[in-house]
Design a protein around this ligand. Structure first.
Ligand SMILES: Nc1ncnc2c1ncn2[C@@H]1O[C@H](COP(=O)(O)OP(=O)(O)O)[C@@H](O)[C@H]1O
Ligand SMILES: [Mg+2]
Length: 343
């Protein structure tokens, strides 16, 4: 994922785990002396098999779980010294079964924290409308509905809107799209990624799904059972250079396909056409037309287009055709993506 064009480049640590450990009363050590930072504006994903301590880690941030030893700092303050209610108003929290209030409308659900914070009605209403637009739910259609009148994906969107309503500096998400069907989940991931980049909210996101981690994460922290942190790196590095056998097994087969899903097509990969000015290829560009690709497209999308047009496809930027892409160009893009991995 390119970081050069980000509106909010990553900054200093907003969340910091400092030898944080959680041992439950029955003796289970869920998290073992964790050192980890989440930087401002960053989307950090925790990934790992079930039971390896991801949710416990997340819940230590908003004090739903108290660390047994070590410290968790949010915005520089040890959370153990902050009133939990005040803390949670600054930290959005989205879980799988989103926990919307069943007898409150969508609008009332999203307004929950602004109301607690004592915002006036006009400000709350306009903020709710703005948030519903942001998550792709037209307020005229959805504001007055109740949770049972929504699909699973729509409920998750409301959950995201509710968590973002008071513009919290930190958002915690625990398998938020886990119960949504695969194609709906892809859409939610894509839209959430766009929203996070636009708002610049610092996010800590838990999933057991490596594909989801790779699509969303600026950095990915891989956990192993017992609450051990195995590797923290960007997605390309994780896939191209897994640091331990646990990580290699987790990313396992399919890591090449996953690399395709994060690489992007750039102008360097494309043979420039001798064309003057904006040109639209025969059949036009768009749904149902002959395949074309756009600069910035993910490489898995590019691969699909090439599969349908083995001689190559036109490459567009906006309305203009800027070149022609063949299999060689795709290979160059994949090599460049892999070469960008750190060590
Ligand atoms: N309240 C609890 N009491 C005792 N053990 C727990 C509790 N919550 C979680 N655990 C245990 O802690 C470990 C980590 O759990 P969890 O953080 O939920 O993992 P993950 O989210 O990665 O699936 C697991 O072994 C789990 O059974
Ligand atoms: Mg969990």
């Amino acid at each position: 994922m390119s970081s050069d064009d980000r509106p909010h480049p990553a900054g200093d640590a907003v969340i910091r785990f400092d030898r944080a450990r959680k041992e439950y009363p029955d003796g289970t050590v869920a998290v073992h002396a964790l050192d980890l930072e989440v930087r401002q504006h960053e989307l950090l994903v925790l990934v790992g098999a079930s039971g390896c301590g991801k949710s416990t880690t997340l819940r230590m941030v908003n004090r739903l779980v108290e660390a047994t030893s070590g410290r968790v700092l949010v915005e520089g303050r040890d959370v153990a010294t902050v009133d939990p209610v005040a803390l949670r108003r600054r930290i959005g929290y989205v879980i799988q079964d989103v926990g919307l209030f069943p007898h409150r409308t969508v609008e009332q659900n999203v307004a929950t924290v602004p109301e607690l914070l004592g915002w006036d009605r006009a400000r709350t209403r306009s903020r709710v409308a703005e948030l519903l637009e942001l998550v792709g739910l037209a307020p005229v259609t959805y504001a007055g509905r109740y949770p049972h009148q929504l699909s699973g994906g729509e409920r998750q969107r409301v959950g995201v809107a509710r968590a973002l309503a008071a513009d919290p500096p930190v958002l915690l998400m625990d398998e938020p799209f886990g119960a949504v069907d695969p194609s709906g989940r892809r859409r939610l991931q894509q839209e959430f990624w766009r929203i996070q980049r636009e708002l610049g909210t610092t996010v800590m996101f838990v999933t057991h799904d490596v594909d989801e981690a790779v699509r969303l994460g600026d950095r990915i922290a891989v956990f192993r059972r017992g609450g051990y942190l195995e590797q923290v790196s960007d997605a390309v590095t994780l896939l191209a250079r897994p640091g331990t056998t646990t990580v290699a097994e987790l990313v396992g087969a399919g890591s090449t396909v996953r690399l395709l899903s994060i690489g992007e097509l750039t102008a360097d990969d494309v043979r420039v056409e001798r064309v003057s000015g904006p040109t639209v290829p025969a059949g036009g560009v768009g749904p149902g037309a002959a395949p074309s690709v756009e600069l910035g497209d993910r490489l898995d999308v590019v691969l699909q287009a090439l599969a349908a047009a083995p001689d190559g496809v036109p490459v567009t930027r906006g309305d203009a055709v800027v070149g022609h892409l063949t299999g060689d160009g795709l290979l160059r893009a994949v090599r460049r993506t892999v070469a960008s991995a750190g060590s």
